[in-house]
Design a protein around this ligand. Structure first.
Ligand SMILES: C[S@@+](CC[C@H](N)C(=O)[O-])C[C@H]1O[C@@H](n2cnc3c(N)ncnc32)[C@H](O)[C@@H]1O
Length: 259
C-alpha cells in the first residue's frame, strides 16, 4: 500500500486535503521572500491581470465577483483589491495559521465588505458556489501544492463556477517539461535554501522548506506546464495562455468560453 509521510503533509489515507502550511512555514510565511523573491512580483502580476478585465455590466451594482484559492496571508488578495475598486472577493484557505495573518492584513477591506475569508479547502469551497456565479477565479502559488487527483477536481470546479466569459488567473509554480532542466533548476533552488537559511541560522526552516519541496516535486503532486495546459483545454477552457514564464514561475489565464 502507498504510504505518505505525515510531516509536513498529512496521511492521505484519511482522504482529507493536505495541510502543508500548518508548521513554521505557515507561521513565518514571510520567510518565503528569502528563497522565492519571485512570489511578491507574481502577486502583483495576478492583480494586474484582473485590472485589465472589462467590468461585469450585468451585475448591479457593477462588481467583479472573484473567488481566490489559497489566499494565505492575503498578499495576493491585497494586490487584487488594489488593482480595481469594483471587485468583491471570497477567499478560501484551509490553514488557520495563514488565515489569522490574512485577517490582520485584510481587516480594512473586510470591514468594507470587499473580502470574505472562508476557512475551507479549495474543493469544498468551490463546491459551495452555484454554477456560473464567478467572474474571476484567482490564485497564486497554491494549486501546485495539490495532489494531482485533487487538482483535477479543482480545475473542473473552477470551470463550473465561472460564468461564460469568466477567467481563471493562476500565478504558480509550473514544472518545466524538460525534466533534466527542471532537475537542474530544482537543485539550484535547494542550494538557495541552504544559503538563505544558513545565513540566518534557521536550520529548522531549511528542513521544513526542503520537505515541502519534496512534496511539490513528488510524482503525485508535480504540476508540469504542458500537461496542465492540455488538461485545462480538455476541460473546455479556451483560450489557455501563458503570459509570463521565468523558470518554474508562471502566470497563465484560462477563459471559459462565452456561449
Ligand atoms: C504558498 S501559499 C500562497 C499564499 C497566497 N496565495 C500568496 O500569494 O501569498 C499556499 C496557500 O494555499 C493554502 N492551501 C494549500 N492547500 C489548500 C487547499 N487544499 N485548500 C485551500 N487552501 C490550500 C495554504 O494553506 C497556503 O496558505
Amino acid at each position: 500500500m502507498k504510504q505518505h509521510t505525515a510531516d509536513p503533509g498529512q496521511d492521505m489515507s484519511t482522504g482529507q486535503p493536505e495541510r502543508l502550511f500548518s508548521g513554521p512555514i505557515g507561521t513565518e510565511y514571510q520567510m518565503l521572500d528569502l528563497i522565492c523573491p519571485a512570489a511578491a512580483a507574481m502577486s502583483k502580476r495576478v492583480g494586474s491581470s484582473v485590472a485589465v478585465l472589462p467590468a461585469n455590466a450585468a451585475e448591479r451594482p457593477h462588481a467583479l465577483r472573484v473567488f481566490e484559492i489559497g489566499c494565505g496571508t492575503g498578499r495576493t488578495t491585497l494586490e487584487l483589491l488594489e488593482s480595481r475598486e469594483d471587485l468583491v472577493i471570497r477567499a478560501a484557505d484551509n490553514e488557520p495559521a495563514m488565515l489569522d495573518q490574512a485577517r490582520a492584513n485584510l481587516s480594512q477591506p473586510m470591514r468594507q465588505g470587499r473580502v470574505q475569508l472562508i476557512e475551507a479547502d479549495a474543493l469544498s469551497a468551490l463546491r459551495e458556489l452555484p454554477p456560473g456565479s464567478q467572474d474571476v477565479v484567482a490564485s497564486a502559488y497554491t494549486v501546485h501544492n495539490f495532489l494531482e487527483t485533487y487538482r483535477d477536481q479543482v480545475l473542473s470546479e473552477i470551470f463550473r463556477v465561472l460564468r461564460p466569459g469568466g477567467i481563471f488567473v493562476n500565478g504558480d509554480r509550473y514544472a518545466l517539461d524538460d525534466t533534466a532542466e527542471h532537475t537542474r533548476l530544482t537543485q539550484e533552488e535547494v542550494r538557495g535554501y541552504f544559503k538563505a537559511f544558513s545565513a540566518i541560522s534557521r536550520l529548522d526552516l531549511l528542513e521544513q522548506w526542503v520537505l515541502h519541496l519534496f512534496s511539490d516535486e513528488s510524482a503525485d503532486h508535480i504540476m508540469r506546464l504542458s500537461p496542465s495546459l492540455t488538461k485545462m483545454r480538455g476541460i473546455g477552457f479556451d483560450p489557455v495562455e501563458v503570459h509570463f514564464r521565468d523558470g518554474v514561475n508562471t502566470l497563465l489565464t484560462a477563459i471559459k468560453p462565452a456561449v
